[in-house]
Design a protein around this ligand. Structure first.
Ligand code: SF4
Length: 360
């Protein structure tokens, strides 16, 4: 498995929605790097822009939204050997959503699994017909061959009796089986990048654990990158190699999965971690003790508003008057491969600048 080949790079991405009530800056200057064979976890509350970042990558931003600026570079593999990879850099933001090139990438090299499997599959067509359609759209194969491959991929995602499931309709399957079928559809063309947008939120915990195991197994088998979007830090701990924390359209912290849990820097990340129930809390409640779970105070601001300064300042317990409500924090690299957007770490930025100036 490769660990440092960049597969996709998002730079200063801005995706806005123009509504009668105002402009929603759903994604407002996002930078992310997705590496081959690795999992990037993207975490944050509802409305923080994680799904719209993914939809921008697929050129599937729904109207009245549009990509307003920035770049998404996808490195399409041309030639690969054990020691090197030759890739063609494609700027996805310059492609028209319905262009031939974008259609050859979407669903083929980059695929997506959505939260609600019923919404991802047509109820009036069989599971097999929908998988076969995806295969025949991107690969020059006969109907018989496509059916054979559909059965093969359905058994790969551990659906029992795949040769029977291929002829069933989505509504005839349970929630867990449907989500497996959706994953099979997304994997049918052997993508380089799988975007999984809250794929287990609607499932019970046992099925969730099975789906997560399955995704890890398939990732190893296909050597694909996964961009895993969730609000669940437990799932992040299990799935991700790197983690990006988003708040109001921006990445506020990014690092490897161990550092995010051991040394969270941003007050928002710290608050998210404090709001996870601990075993002690559960035991205390079971013993009849009153113990409240920590919450993040306040609400996510109105999406039409543009806050001066740091967008987290109305909710931040470490807010600095006159600074946080006035100046937008820039990205600061506090440790190698650990970046944060917060004024509390301004001294690191100053030190980095001094070191840079001192370098001959
Ligand atoms: Fe809190 Fe200020 Fe940091 Fe924003 S910049 S997270 S308000 S301390």
């Amino acid at each position: 498995m490769s660990t440092d080949t960049v597969l996709a790079e998002i730079k200063n991405l801005r995706t806005y929605f123009y509504l009668a009530e105002g402009v929603v800056r759903a994604v407002d200057g996002v930078d992310l790097v997705i590496k081959s064979g690795r999992t990037l976890g993207v975490v944050g509350e509802s409305g923080c822009g994680k799904s719209i970042t993914a939809l921008s990558l697929m050129q599937l931003v729904p109207s009245p939204g549009r990509i307003e600026g920035g770049e998404i570079t996808y490195y399409r593999t041309i030639h690969k050997t054990a020691s090197s990879t030759t890739a063609d850099a494609i700027n996805i933001t310059r492609l028209k959503p319905d262009s031939r090139e974008m259609r050859s990438i979407r669903g083929n090299q980059i695929s997506m699994v959505f939260q609600e499997p019923m919404a991802a599959m047509l109820p009036v067509r069989t599971v097999g017909a929908q998988i076969m359609e995806a295969i025949m759209l991107h690969q020059q194969v006969s109907k018989e061959e496509a059916r054979k491959r559909a059965i093969e991929i359905l058994s790969r995602v551990k659906l029992p009796n795949a040769d029977r499931i291929v002829d069933t309709y989505p509504f005839q399957l349970s929630g867990g089986m449907r989500q497996r079928a959706v994953i099979a559809m997304a994997l049918s063309c052997n993508p380089n990048l799988l975007i999984a947008d809250e794929p287990t939120t609607a499932l019970d915990v046992t099925t969730e654990a099975q789906i997560l195991d399955l995704m890890r197994e398939l990732q190893r088998e296909f050597d694909m990158a996964i961009m895993y979007i969730t609000h669940n830090l437990g799932v992040i701990a299990e799935m991700a190699d790197e983690v990006a924390v988003m708040y109001m359209g921006k990445v506020v912290e990014q690092t490897d999965v161990t550092s995010i849990f051991r040394k969270p820097l941003h007050p928002y990340t710290q608050a998210l971690l404090r709001s996870i129930p601990q075993l002690d809390d559960v035991m205390a409640r079971a013993a009849g003790q009153k113990k409240r779970l920590e919450t993040i105070k306040g609400m996510v601001p109105d999406p039409y508003s543009v806050l001066k300064g740091c967008s987290f300042h109305p909710r931040c317990p470490q807010y600095i008057e006159g600074v946080c409500n006035q100046i937008t924090p820039e990205v600061i690299e506090v440790d190698p491969n650990h970046i944060v957007r917060c004024h509390l770490y301004a001294s690191h930025a100053a030190q980095a600048q001094t070191n840079k100036d001192a370098t001959p």
